[in-house]
Design a protein around this ligand. Structure first.
Ligand code: MD6
Ligand code: FE
Length: 208
């Protein structure tokens, strides 16, 4: 299918409306099943131990976790001790279509934003395969996504991400700072409870 894509910065490509409503519903059902086995929880910040306002879980052989000891990838859920569920096939096919790399992702971080939650400006740099982009998909309420340069303090711009949008962060933008300033409540009917889900697919270990 021909898809609209907008290069926001070198290597940072935005695909508005990547998933149609039926695909969003199918993906939401898969993500709901994953959350039923790997419940959303509030990670804690390194050092301070303060909770993130966003709740998280993961799918895939590895999952990103954060606690008082730091950020890392691990194979099991920090609260249940169980392996993370598989990455849904719809996400694997999005990765094949959008990532531009011939190897599979290993982690899918699931972020859930209830009303009033946000995610501070950060880099995704806990992966050891920076040749692979991070592929992001959004479901539910719209959000204001802030995107900057690879150094803190560089100019930023904002993009409104709505349900079904994809965003690929690779190349010169792989280590760009980004975050979610706010969620625009009641702007989508996809999630019965409201709020926003963001899914980010990552390759964690070196591919070769
Ligand atoms: C979010 N996204 O959209 C947060 N990270 O809720 C991210 O932190 C992110 O969208 C790396 C690459 C793409 C992203
Ligand atoms: Fe990120």
């Amino acid at each position: 299918m021909a898809r609209q894509s907008i290069e926001i910065a070198p290597g940072a490509v935005y695909y508005p409306g990547y998933l149609d409503r039926a695909a969003q519903e199918a993906l939401l059902a898969d993500v709901g099943a994953a959350i039923a086995t790997a419940p959303l929880y509030h990670p804690r910040m390194p050092r301070s131990g303060k909770s993130f306002s966003v709740r998280m879980t993961n799918c895939g052989p590895l999952g990103w976790v954060s606690d008082i000891d730091g950020y890392r990838y691990q194979a099991t859920h920090p609260e249940t001790g169980a392996p993370w569920p598989r990455i849904p096939e719809l996400l694997m096919s999005a990765w094949r279509e959008l990532s531009g790399v011939p190897f599979p992702p290993e982690a899918c971080l699931v972020n859930y934003y209830a009303e009033g939650t946000r995610l501070g400006l950060h880099q995704d740099r806990d992966e050891n395969e920076l040749a692979a982009p991070v592929v992001s998909l959004s479901l539910g309420d719209a959000a204001i996504f802030r995107f900057g340069g690879t150094k803190r303090g560089e100019a930023t711009r904002s993009v409104k991400l709505v349900s079904g949008d994809a965003f690929v962060f690779g190349g010169a933008s792989r280590l760009a700072y980004h975050g979610i300033d706010r969620v625009l409540t009641s702007t989508s009917t996809l999630l019965p409870q409201g709020g926003r889900i963001n899914l980010t697919l990552r390759r964690v270990t070196p591919a070769e």
